[in-house]
Design a protein around this ligand. Structure first.
Ligand code: FES
Length: 75
């Protein structure tokens, strides 16, 4: 088998959220969801796992195009 190239630590997606944990997992109780909740996918939110709009600055700085996942209740 060919050896996988060593990943550069600088390629990490998560720069500072719960770095003491081996894996960041968020469990959401569906019953506690409001009519609309936005979850961060850029890993830059200060309110992680919720989106706080930080993806806008990240996208401007890096040319990236990430945004939240929006959980919306049908009415
Ligand atoms: Fe991360 Fe909005 S702040 S997706």
């Amino acid at each position: 088998p060919t050896k996988q190239p060593q990943k550069d630590k600088n390629e990490a997606v998560n720069l500072k959220i719960q770095k003491e944990c081996p894996k960041v997992v968020n469990v959401v109780d569906l019953e506690e969801l409001g009519d609309k909740t936005c979850y961060c996918r850029c890993w830059r939110s200060k309110k992680f796992p919720l989106c706080d709009g930080s993806h806008n600055a990240h996208n401007e700085e890096t040319g990236d195009n990430v945004g939240p996942v929006v959980m919306k209740r049908n009415k």
